[in-house]
Design a protein around this ligand. Structure first.
Ligand code: FES
Ligand code: FES
Length: 215
């Protein structure tokens, strides 16, 4: 017995669709192969030499163009103080400053920073002469496991500078006077730095103390 007409049409439609799909895949595959051939025939097209000024010292590296600033710092320069938490711009563990401005280094490609001045936690104080923010974190017990701490300290120093520079935040309600260093300002500006240990209240105390000492 022959199948119903409706089934026969569906089966034909399926066969035609499959054939088109196969052809599309073949063309797509050829396009990918051609793209790879172009890249392969152009030596060094996917790599670049980049010079960064890291903690005051010029460092040159040759990297795949897709390498993040974070990976260059950690994997190429062995500056492991800067941490990789999420690698998606959501935790702040990778915070460093670039030309004085804090950035999430996991979201920035190294090749974008030719000649830029990068400061990592290794460039902030020394064990013998701690930066005031580092000392305040110790004094106020602003960490537990410490994984988020380099990013927290880097961000915290920038927060005080941003408030002093008069840069408003989402919670700044008066733009006509000097911005006050309030708990709300600090919490808002530090909201991009996650602490899974929940040391937030002690981090807040540390930043407040540094802001008061430097007022
Ligand atoms: S590792 Fe960059 S924001 Fe989390
Ligand atoms: S101290 Fe452990 S994540 Fe912040």
């Amino acid at each position: 017995m022959s199948p119903p007409i409706q089934f026969e049409m569906r089966r034909r439609t399926l066969l035609v669709g499959t054939a088109i799909g196969a052809l599309t895949a073949a063309f797509a595959g050829r396009a990918v192969a051609q793209t790879q051939a172009v890249v392969a025939e152009t030596p060094g097209a996917d790599r670049s030499a980049v010079t960064l000024s890291v903690n005051g010292t010029d460092r040159q590296v040759e990297v795949d163009n897709r390498t993040t600033l974070l990976d260059v710092l950690r994997e190429h320069m062995q500056l492991n103080g800067t941490k990789k938490g999420c690698d998606h711009g959501q935790c702040g563990a990778c915070t460093v400053t670039v030309n004085g401005t804090r950035v999430n280094s996991c979201l920035s490609l190294a090749v974008m920073h030719e000649g830029d001045e990068i400061e990592t936690i290794e460039g902030i104080g020394t064990p013998e002469a701690l930066d005031p923010m580092q000392q305040a974190f110790i004094t106020h017990d602003g960490f537990q496991c410490g994984y988020c701490t380099p990013g927290q300290i880097t961000s915290a120093r920038s927060v005080i500078e941003e408030i002093r520079a008069g840069i408003p935040s989402h919670v700044t309600d008066d733009l006509t006077t000097q911005i006050a260093v309030t708990d709300a300002e600090i919490r808002e500006r530090m909201s991009g730095n996650i602490c899974r240990c929940g040391a937030y209240s002690n981090i807040l105390a540390a930043i407040t103390q540094v802001a008061e000492d430097q007022a």
